[in-house]
Design a protein around this ligand. Structure first.
Ligand code: BGC
Ligand code: BGC
Length: 616
């Protein structure tokens, strides 16, 4: 090619780059509010706003003082408030945080949780109190509750109907403790698995999340019926975190989603559309920002898009002190957040000051009477739909916590969520085999449950904290023995009598939120790899079972295994893992709902979305 042609091609390319750079810098998408008309137009079901309920709310609003109204918009955490405080500060709701529990004991028995909820419910007078908790994979704060696989595993199961049934079972356990509201489901669509909350998301694909969001909302709440409260044993759902929490730069928790409005809409909004249509009573705002603007202060997205364009008629709750991150705000004062569309401030500790300041801001007009009434109307609507006014939420028997049918459902969910990444023919393990079960996590229910389990981080738990659970080791032993084989446990993989096969269980230690953020996806430590290689060196075929809240770079571990199973965070039914490893005629159903990386990252995934082997 002649020199002048090469030079002109270069010139054209440079010009194009310069134009693109200028366009990007000046791009209205980055600098201006959302364009609501471009977003999907939908609405909450009409059954949420029937005339009789709205008239009841009108009458109440007409009688309420500013203090009573502001009280409705503030949520304290049980650790920092006493039922008696409601006399002076008429708060409308409380939450139980990940580390909260009756009398500060997050290992308290279920009966104590019920008593606590009843005490709180009894303390509120004119307007009933709304109590919320994070039941994100079963009623996970309660000892004895069934812990279902975290969402990432359920996404792999590819079965919305399963998720609906899990929602139903979870709601029943939550309702049994007298709590009417769960902060779930996360309808997040994580785009970078380095994010510590990846496991809270069903999939990296919006279409999966959209289908599941409807199913889970219906499972938790049932169908909304005009003029009637939710059916017995149902609780309010929360679609969270609105919007773009899974889009943050480098997967940094609470970070900045640097994407176009088109991408925000196409990838991150579909789960809200279906959750709203299914009747979700609440939506939680995201800690994250969109192109530098905190969601807790984003009026165009919270109000113009969510409430107006998407027709959401339930309440918007803020996240844990999320308002304090809005410029000009603190945990104790944030009219900007309220004016942007947050209806309930989640104000765990600073609720007193926030209450006083918000009352002042209403009095001096910084917050309008209309905005306050809109928030209170939404809150009262949700309370009415929950049957809290009538005081007719029929109790659910405490024995439903950890019930046998819930355990069976969890076991089915575990079976359906496992993804078989490799099998050189060793699976299923034949009847009568001597099976060695190695690896640090095999007999560790806490590791199988991950974060948001009894404690916020899922730390500090031992098998004794899961009276209705079974470890993977126990499940495998049961299945192997039943099939006429011998099961032997050895953490480090050493043995005296050579086994026919070794199952090695390893993975991530529990984490939640930002504590789980990582710089890269390469799996450490290398203890499991050493065990696998040592077993191989002795001629023992190996089956790896990885417990993780996300896909990880495990090339070496895969190479050192004859079969490799991604088990995600399966929860308390370890027997579900055994159901597929030991020949029972069942097969793998799980398919990757996230692409799986190679070690060291790289552009092409090692296994693509949708990948998953079967035994036959
Ligand atoms: C999380 C929410 C959760 C809330 C209450 C926040 O830190 O982001 O997902 O619902 O705490 O525990
Ligand atoms: C709480 C969680 C909450 C987190 C937010 C923890 O102490 O228990 O519920 O999500 O703080 O930082």
């Amino acid at each position: 090619m002649p020199l002048y042609r090469r030079m002109s091609i270069m010139l054209v390319a440079m010009l194009a780059l310069a134009i693109a750079a200028v366009a990007w810098l000046r791009s209205p998408v980055l600098l201006s509010p959302a364009t609501p008309d471009a977003w999907p137009s939908t609405a909450s079901p009409a059954a949420l706003t029937d005339a009789a309920t709205e008239a009841m709310i009108d009458a109440l609003l007409a009688q309420m003082s500013i203090e009573e109204k502001v009280g409705q918009t503030i949520q304290a955490e049980i650790g920092s408030i006493k039922p008696e405080d409601l006399e002076k500060w008429p708060l409308g709701s409380i939450l139980i945080g990940g580390n909260g529990g009756p009398g500060g004991d997050d290992r308290a028995p279920a009966a104590a949780w019920l008593q606590m909820a009843q005490r709180w419910q009894g303390a509120s007078r004119k307007i009933p109190l709304l109590i919320g908790i994070d039941a994100v994979h079963g009623h996970n704060n309660i000892v004895g509750a069934v812990i279902f696989p975290h969402n990432i595993g359920l996404g792999a199961a590819g079965e919305p109907e399963l998720v609906r049934r899990i929602g139903e079972a979870t709601a029943e356990e939550v309702a049994a403790t007298g709590i009417p509201w769960t902060f779930a489901p996360a309808v997040t669509v994580p785009q970078d698995a380095r994010w510590g909350r990846t496991y809270e998301g069903w999939s990296e694909r919006p279409e999966v999340v959209a289908a599941y969001a409807a199913a889970m909302t219906l499972g938790l709440q049932g169908d909304l019926v005009a003029g009637q409260p939710l059916a017995p044993g149902r609780v309010a759902a929360t679609a969270k975190h609105f919007v773009g929490d899974g889009a943050t730069h480098k997967g940094i928790d609470q970070g900045d989603a640097r994407i176009s409005e088109e991408e925000l809409m196409r990838v991150h909004a579909p789960g809200y559309v279906t959750a709203i249509e299914a009747g979700t009573l609440t939506v939680m705002a995201s800690f994250s920002s969109w192109n530098g603007e905190k969601m807790h202060g984003n009026r165009s997205l919270l109000t113009s898009v969510l409430k107006e364009r998407m027709g959401f008629r339930g309440l918007v709750v803020g996240d844990w002190n999320g308002h304090e991150q809005v410029p000009g705000c603190s945990a104790k004062s944030c009219p900007a957040s309220f004016n942007a569309g947050i209806d309930i401030f989640m104000a765990p500790n600073d609720w007193r000051d926030l209450f006083e300041n918000t009352v002042g801001q209403v009095r001096d007009g910084e917050i309008s009477a209309e905005r306050l009434d809109d928030a209170v109307r939404r809150i009262l609507r949700v309370k009415a739909k929950l049957g809290l006014f009538a005081g007719d939420r029929p109790p659910v028997d405490l024995s439903r916590i950890g019930a046998a049918d819930h355990r069976e459902l969890a076991r089915e969910s575990v079976r359906k969520s496992l993804v078989l990444l490799k099998n050189d023919g060793i699976l299923p393990i034949a009847a009568g085999t001597r099976v060695l079960v190695a690896g640090p996590a095999a007999d560790d229910i806490a590791a199988a449950c991950g974060g948001w389990t009894l404690s916020w981080q899922g730390d500090g738990n031992t098998n004794a904290d899961f009276p209705n659970g079974q470890s993977i080791w126990d499940g495998v032993r049961e299945a192997v023995t039943a099939a006429g084989g011998v099961a032997e446990r050895s953490v480090d993989g050493s043995f005296t009598e050579r086994p026919g096969v070794a199952v090695v269980v390893f993975g991530e230690a529990p984490y939640a939120e930002g504590k789980g953020d990582r710089k890269n996806l390469d799996y450490e430590p290398k203890e499991a790899l050493r065990i696998l290689r040592a077993l191989r060196a002795h001629g023992v075929p190996t089956v790896s079972v990885l417990l993780s809240g996300r896909p990880l770079g495990v090339d070496d571990e895969i190479e050192a295994s004859d079969a490799f199973v991604a088990a995600w965070l399966p929860g308390t039914e370890g027997g579900g893992v055994a159901d597929l490893l030991i020949g029972t005629g069942r097969d793998f159903q799980g398919r990757l709902a996230y692409g799986w990386p190679a070690t060291g990252g790289g552009t092409a995934p090692r296994y693509p979305f949708g990948f998953g082997l079967t035994l036959r």
